[in-house]
Design a protein around this ligand. Structure first.
Ligand SMILES: *[C@@H]1O[C@H](CO)[C@@H](O)[C@H](O)[C@H]1NC(C)=O
Ligand SMILES: *[C@@H]1O[C@H](CO)[C@@H](O)[C@H](O)[C@H]1NC(C)=O
Ligand SMILES: *[C@@H]1O[C@H](CO)[C@@H](O)[C@H](O)[C@H]1NC(C)=O
Length: 638
């Protein structure tokens, strides 16, 4: 897959205006071209309401309105080529940014702004399902907004009025593409999620694919199957769907679009199928194209007959979400690029941000604090900062403030980095979007309480009765074994055994640690984001350097790699005692998300506690406490 490397005009970049006022300008960089086919796709996933784009990162500073303009131009290009273009979204549209989390009730601006985009196929993520409220909102707002484009192959809704269980949306969709008239059968799945609120039912994928409607749908002999889902592209659920389809239909091409793990990735399940995952947070717009699709009932049309004989080919790209790239791929500029609909959405975002006061400044961050770009523990780690500075100061119950305590937080509860500079109301939601409060078990013998963190951080298959999978506690990028690339195994720190990383179809054991030395940097392709430095002299700047099953040419922008350091499942602050003087007993304080893990872990450590022993520790959530701490401690001007 040879593609041209072109250095874009550096001068043009200086004139680029990002749609949200105050967002940084993109930086010119060498680009790889998109490969067009008969059928082409743009894919977003795990946007988590980052509709404003990223204000401080040039690689991702375009907003949802820019994406609307971009997709309109791309549809026009498809029309001009006599090809087709479909837009896909695979869920987790909510929770994670002020545009959603900043309003009461949540999302009063988000749903409408999101719906300005014409998405052709969309499905549900786990984040739409944690709260009864957001499940209702999918049912009464997002599904009506997108009608037959919304697919819910394994998700049901409980109607609050009748108590009846109904499909959240249609199970699958059969349609013809606009220009080529390709027949498509599309599904929309969610992984086997179990943490959903009780007005929804997620049916395991393995059961769903046995149902009559699914078995009938895969016998349709379309020109193409499209399977979209909030599922990692190497997870068992997609494997099961692929296997089920291939059992009935050995040669119809299948395009898979996945997500959930917040990474860029592509897997070729067989020569007639490709799966891509398109990152997170509106950093990435995934691109897939397919050529050589054989029409099952060809018209009297020579071109299509030729196409049928060419054989199927797939291509993929991960587009950095910024205007420089959007101009590049469309051949337009700042005057010709924005469309009426795109501008309207950008304006809606700007208005919502004002109404929600998202730019309100709580303080000024004195330095960058990273989730995975700096080692943990370490001075630049956001987790060390929480352990050493924030938690000791905010985890206080006035009535028990003399009691020593351990405070535990799961790393997955933190969703984004903090950049040096203004820390705003919007940032409180990007860093800590969940409404998690603090609970505790009082007066736990120290030697029992101290064992809990080790159990929560264990990755090996230790068997602790009643303990849910500890992988759910960490950041999405580490929730599932990473693919094996060149090597079968990767060594781990601390002299532990090498772990085999699970590729598609062979799930390896959990990753204990990801090695971070220079030698291995090539292997590490997760969570890579742009520098804010410019690249005046043609030097590459940091960003995603994706390596997937297709190769190393997936990113549309050529970057130099950024480090990725593994983090544990949980972190712990020791409060009210010193390391060399261990107390007899402590209050075991934890973020309430951890409740299902804490009691089994305490039992395993020799503490016979039950849910009855758990009480609220203090008022407030991690998010509100973070904002308070920052207001008190980061008072300097920026
Ligand atoms: C949808 O459901 C939510 C939550 O129950 C409710 O607040 C909202 O008013 C409903 N909207 C519509 C349009 O019915
Ligand atoms: C779900 O749980 C809530 C509160 O626990 C309860 O009031 C409600 O009836 C339940 N709904 C269903 C559909 O089971
Ligand atoms: C944008 O492109 C149009 C059409 O090619 C051209 O007339 C115009 O001068 C360009 N504007 C800028 C700012 O480059």
């Amino acid at each position: 897959m040879l593609e041209s490397y072109l250095f874009g005009a550096l001068i043009a970049a200086a004139a680029v205006e990002a749609a949200q006022p105050g967002a940084v300008k993109p930086v010119a960089a060498p680009m790889r071209d998109l490969t067009w086919g008969q059928l082409n796709f743009l894919h977003t996933t795990d946007t988590h309401a980052w509709l404003s784009g990223h204000f401080l990162e040039p690689s991702f500073s375009a907003d949802w309105g820019d994406y609307i303009s971009f997709s309109q131009h791309m549809r026009k290009l498809a029309d001009d080529k006599g090809a087709d273009l479909l837009l896909i979204d695979t869920g987790d549209r909510i929770e994670g940014s002020g545009i959603y989390d900043g309003s009461v009730p949540k999302g009063i601006y988000q749903y409408d702004i999101y719906a300005q985009q014409k998405v052709d196929l969309l499905s549900t993520g786990n984040h739409e399902l944690y709260k009864a409220y957001s499940i209702d909102m999918e049912h009464n707002t997002t599904v009506p907004n997108f009608k037959e484009n919304y697919i819910a192959s394994n998700l049901d809704y409980i109607d609050p009025k009748t108590g009846k269980r109904v499909p959240q949306a249609q199970r699958y969709r059969k349609f013809k593409t606009k220009n080529l008239g390709l027949n498509i059968v599309a599904f929309g799945f969610l992984f086997d999620f179990t943490g959903n609120a009780n007005n929804s039912i997620v049916q395991p994928v393995a059961d769903t694919i046995k149902e009559d409607w699914f078995q009938a749908a895969i016998k349709e002999k379309p020109d193409l199957f499209v399977v979209i889902g909030h599922v990692g592209v190497r997870m068992q659920e997609f494997k099961d769907i692929f296997t089920a389809i291939r059992k009935e239909d050995w040669d119809t091409p299948i395009a898979f679009f996945g997500g959930h793990l917040h990474i860029r990735d592509a897997v070729s399940y067989d020569s007639k199928s490709l799966a891509i995952a398109s990152g997170r947070y509106l950093e990435t717009i995934g691109w897939m194209s397919i050529d050589g699709i054989a029409k099952k009932q060809p018209k009297e049309d020579d071109d299509e007959q030729v196409a049928a004989q060419k054989g199927i080919s797939f291509s993929r790209k991960y587009i950095d979400n910024n205007l420089y790239g959007m101009y590049y791929h469309t051949g337009l500029n700042e005057t010709t690029f924005p469309t009426k609909e795109g501008r309207k959405a950008s304006q809606m975002i700007e208005d919502a941000r004002k109404a929600l006061d998202l730019d309100h400044r709580y303080g000024c961050a004195p330095r960058d604090l990273w989730m995975t770009r700096a080692p943990y523990p370490g001075k630049d780690s956001i987790y060390s900062w929480l352990e050493e500075e924030v938690l000791p100061s905010v985890v206080v119950n006035e009535d028990r403030k003399d009691k020593p305590r351990l405070a535990i937080l799961n790393t997955g509860g933190i969703r984004f980095d903090i950049f040096k500079g203004p820390f705003t109301r919007d940032d409180t939601f990007t860093v800590s979007p969940f409404n998690s409060g603090f609970r505790y078990v009082a007066d736990v013998p120290y030697e029992i309480a101290a064992k809990v963190i080790g159990i929560l951080n264990s990755q090996a298959k230790i068997f602790v009765h009643g303990l849910p999978n500890t992988r759910q506690l960490t950041i999405p990028q580490q929730m599932y074994p990473r693919p094996n690339f060149d090597e079968e195994t990767e060594t781990v720190e601390d002299g532990q055994d090498g772990v085999e990383l699970g590729g598609f179809g062979k799930e390896g054991p959990e990753i204990d640690e990801v090695v971070q030395d220079d030698e291995n940097e090539e292997e590490v392709r997760l969570e890579l984001r742009g520098d804010d430095g410019s690249s005046d002299n043609g030097e590459l700047f940091g960003g995603y350097t994706t390596k997937d099953d297709i190769g190393k040419d997936g990113d549309d922008t050529v970057h130099k790699p950024i480090d990725f350091y593994a983090v544990p499942n949980c972190i712990q602050a020791e409060v009210g005692f010193s390391a060399d003087e261990k107390p007899k007993a402590v209050d075991l304080v934890f973020i309430d998300f951890l409740l299902p893990w804490i009691i089994p872990a305490l039992k395993f450590s020799g503490g016979d506690y039950s849910a009855k022993d758990v009480e609220p520790y203090m008022e407030g959530t991690l998010t509100t406490k973070l904002a308070e701490w920052i207001s008190d401690n980061w008072k300097d001007e920026c």
